[in-house]
Design a protein around this ligand. Structure first.
Ligand code: AGP
Length: 615
C-alpha cells in the first residue's frame, strides 16, 4: 500500500527521497510524488505511474539538486479517487503553504469535507486525504492555531487510519508526522532524521530506529525530535531500537526479481527459522514463555490471517488437531473481526502475518485482546503493529520479503506452526515426546540439502511451466496437509501471472470443478507417498478420463503415476511435513516462470500491495 519516506537534514533531499521510494516500490502503488521546502515555498512534484517517471521529471528540474533541508515523498495505492496526477500525494491546502502525505483512510471524510466546504474551502482532488490537509490549513490559516496545534487538532477530528508527514512553508525547519493504524518509523542519525512507512528506505543511513505507536505525533524541529500523544500533547520517552538489518537484505543480488531471490533464500531461511529453537528434549519458543502456562491449558484455538498467511493457518489447524488434540478454527481476519466469534480468557488467538501490518489481522487481534483472549503473533517484521499488539509471539526470521507474492515467509510460518504444535503436544503429553521430537528433527536435519535439490530442478520446472503458459485456467489439487498447499499454489499463479487458478481438496473437485475439465485444463496434483496416495491416484484417473492435463508433484517413483501424468516433478523421499514445504517451492517456481514468460510485473503485480494496511 502507500509508501512514505521523508528526510530532514542538510543534504540534498531528492536523491534520498527517490532512493527511498524505490525501496518502497514493493508495497504496490500507482502514482508518486514529492514535496520540499525551497526558499520559503513548497515545491510539489507528482505524476501517475512509476517512481522512474517521477525521477525523470525531477531530474529535469533545477530543484533536484538544489533542495537541501526537508522533503517528503509518497507512493499512492488508490483507494478513494482513481490513480491520476490530481489524486497523487502530496496534497496541499488552499493557502498553498501546507503539504501532506498520507497512508490510510480518513473514514469521516464526507462529514469533514462538508464542514470545510461551508468554510469556503475548495478541493482539488477526489481523495479522502485532501480533507486532512485542508483541515490542518483551516486551523492554521483561519483559526490561528500554530502549526503543531493545527495538526493535532485535525488528527483529533479524524476517524480512520493514518500515517502522515506534514510540511509547512512558514516553518521550513519543522516537519511533523503522526500515526494511527498505519505504520511509521523514525530513523535518527546525528542531525538527520528519516521517516518512513517501514525500515527499508532507512537502513542504508542509520540503524537507530523509533517505532511510533498508535496515536503518536513526532515533531522534528532543528536538531531535535519530540514524540507526543496526539490526544494529550504529553511528551513521551521512547526507546531507540538498534536494528540489525543489512542493506543487502533489501537488494536483489544476482537475481532479476526479488521473488526469484526469495524463493532461493529458502535454502537457508527455513533453517534460520528453526535455529536455536530446540534442545534434545524440548522446543524453545521464548517469546511465548510468559503465557505458556495459559496457552497449554487452552481448549480452543483460533488462527486468523489473510491470503498466504491464512493458508499457513490451515496447515496449523491440521497439525495442532492431530498432535495436540485441541480444536482449531481458522478464519479470515476480515471475517473474524466482524463475526460473533466465541472468545474468552481461555481462548488462544494466533494471528499470522508476514508484514505484521495487515489492517484486518490487526483488527482481529484488537478484537481478541478486548475479549480477554490470549493473543499470539507469528510475524516476520520485528516491531510491526501485530507483533506489538499481541500478548506474545514468535518471529519467523526468514529475512525481509520484498516480492509482493509471499514465498519464503510462508514456508517459515509453516515451520513455526510445526514448532508451536509440537511444543503444545509435548506440554499436554498428547505425543510421545522423545520419539516425536527426535523424528521431527531427524526429518528436518537435511532440510537445506532437500531444498537445494528442489531448487536445482528449476530448469526442469521452468520447462514444464512454459508448456502450460497459455492455459486460461488451472486446478490445483491436494489432500490433508497439501490442500492448503494447493490453495497457495493457485494463489501464487493468480497473483503474478493473472491466470485464473483454483485450489481444491483433491476429492472435492468431483462436486463442481470437474465440470471445467477438458483437454485444455492443466490440473496440478500434489501426490505424497502417504495414506491418501491411492485415493489421489483415483482422483487423477477421474481427471484423465476427461482429458485434463495432469502435472504431478510427488515423491513416488511409481510407474502407474508416471504413466498417468503428462508431466511429473519428482521430489526427494522425505517426511510428509517436509514434502509439503518442498511441493510449495515447486509451485512458487512454477508460477514464477509462467509470470516471467508472460512478461508480468512479477515483484509488483497489478492492483496488489505487499502489506494491505486498509480494511
Ligand atoms: C501473498 O502472496 C499475498 N500477497 C497476500 O495474500 C498476503 O499473504 C496477505 O495480504 C497477508 O499479508 P500478511 O502476511 O503480511 O499479513
Amino acid at each position: 500500500m502507500c509508501g512514505i519516506v521523508a528526510y530532514k537534514g542538510n543534504k540534498d533531499c531528492h536523491p534520498i527521497l527517490l532512493d527511498g521510494l524505490k525501496r518502497l516500490e514493493y508495497r504496490g502503488y500507482d502514482s508518486a510524488g514529492t514535496a520540499c521546502n525551497h526558499n520559503g515555498k513548497l515545491v510539489v512534484t507528482k505524476c501517475r505511474g512509476k517512481v522512474a517517471d517521477l525521477e525523470r521529471i525531477l531530474k529535469s528540474r533545477k530543484i533536484y539538486s538544489d533542495c537541501s533541508g526537508s522533503g517528503m515523498a509518497h507512493t499512492r495505492w488508490a483507494t478513494h479517487g482513481e490513480p491520476n496526477r490530481k489524486n497523487a500525494h502530496p496534497h496541499v491546502d488552499q493557502s498553498g503553504k501546507i503539504a501532506l502525505i498520507h497512508n490510510g483512510i480518513i473514514e469521516n471524510y464526507i462529514t469533514l469535507k462538508k464542514f470545510l466546504k461551508n468554510k469556503k474551502i475548495k478541493f482539488n482532488s477526489d481523495t479522502d486525504t485532501e480533507v486532512l490537509v485542508q483541515l490542518i490549513g483551516y486551523f492554521y490559516n483561519k483559526v490561528g492555531l500554530d502549526f503543531e496545534e493545527s495538526v493535532r487538532a485535525s488528527l483529533q477530528r479524524v476517524d480512520g487510519a493514518y500515517g502522515i508527514v506534514v510540511l509547512n512553508s512558514d516553518e521550513p525547519d519543522m516537519m511533523i508526522a503522526a500515526r494511527s493504524g498505519s505504520p511509521l518509523v523514525l530513523g535518527i542519525k546525528d542531525h538527520e532524521f528519516f521517516l518512513a512507512s517501514d525500515i527499508s528506505p532507512i537502513v542504508k543511513y542509520t540503524k537507530q530506529i523509533i517505532y511510533l505507536d498508535e496515536k503518536e505525533i513526532v515533531v522534528l524541529k532543528g536538531d531535535n525530535y519530540d514524540i507526543k500523544s496526539v490526544d494529550t500533547n504529553l511528551s513521551l520517552s521512547k526507546e531507540i531500537k538498534i536494528i540489525d538489518h543489512k542493506i543487502q537484505d533489501f537488494e536483489k543480488g544476482n537475481f532479476d526479481y526479488f521473488m526469484h531471490k526469495e524463493i532461493h533464500d529458502q535454502n537457508y531461511s527455513i533453517t534460520n527459522t528453526l535455529k536455536g529453537r530446540s534442545n534434545d528434549h524440548d522446543i524453545l519458543l521464548n517469546g511465548l514463555s510468559k503465557y505458556w502456562n495459559d496457552i497449554k491449558e487452552t481448549n480452543r484455538i483460533y488462527i486468523t490471517a489473510c491470503g498466504t498467511s491464512w493458508h499457513a493457518g490451515l496447515i496449523g489447524k491440521n497439525i495442532i488437531e492431530k498432535f495436540a488434540k485441541i480444536p482449531v478454527h481458522v478464519e479470515y481476519a476480515s471475517e473474524f473481526r466482524y463475526n460473533d466469534t466465541i472468545l474468552d480468557n481461555k481462548t488462544v488467538v494466533i494471528a499470522i502475518s508476514q508484514s505484521g501490518e495487515t489492517a484486518d489481522t490487526l483488527a482481529a487481534v484488537n478484537k481478541a485482546n478486548d475479549a480477554g483472549a490470549i493473543t499470539v503473533g507469528i510475524c516476520n517484521v520485528p516491531g510491526s503493529s501485530i507483533a506489538r499488539a499481541t500478548d506474545c509471539g514468535i518471529y519467523t526470521r526468514c529475512g525481509h520479503e520484498i516480492g509482493v507474492a509471499s514465498t519464503k515467509a510462508f514456508t517459515s510460518q509453516v515451520v513455526i506452526l510445526y514448532l508451536f504444535c509440537l511444543k503444545l503436544a509435548s506440554s499436554r503429553k498428547t505425543i510421545d515426546v522423545k520419539t516425536t521430537l527426535t523424528g521431527f528433527f531427524k526429518d528436518f536435519s537435511n532440510l537445506d540439502k532437500d531444498v537445494e535439490i528442489v531448487l536445482r530442478k528449476e530448469k526442469y520446472i521452468r520447462k514444464v511451466a512454459l508448456k502450460y503458459k497459455n492455459a486460461s485456467s488451472f486446478l490445483y489439487l491436494g489432500r490433508g496437509l497439501n490442500f492448503p498447499i494447493a490453495l497457495e499454489g493457485a494463489l501464487k499463479l493468480k497473483e503474478i501471472s493473472y491466470i485464473h487458478a483454483e485450489g481444491y481438496p483433491a476429492a472435492e473437485m468431483k462436486h463442481g470443478p470437474i465440470a471445467l475439465v477438458d483437454k485444455n485444463m492443466p490440473v496440478i496434483f500434489i501426490v505424497p507417498k502417504d495414506k491418501t496416495y491411492n485415493k489421489i491416484l483415483s482422483n487423477i484417473e477421474e481427471i484423465k478420463s476427461r482429458k485434463g492435463k495432469i502435472i504431478s508433484i510427488t515423491n513416488s517413483k511409481s510407474k502407474r503415476l508416471k504413466d498417468l501424468s503428462d508431466d511429473l516433478i519428482l521430489l526427494p523421499n522425505v517426511s510428509p511435513y517436509l514434502f509439503s514445504l518442498l511441493a510449495t517451492i515447486v509451485l512458487q517456481l512454477f508460477a514464477f516462470f509462467i509470470a516471467v514468460a508472460k512478461k508480468r510485473d512479477v515483484d509488483q503485480p497489478r492492483n496488489l500491495a505487499k502489506s494491505v494496511t486498509v480494511e
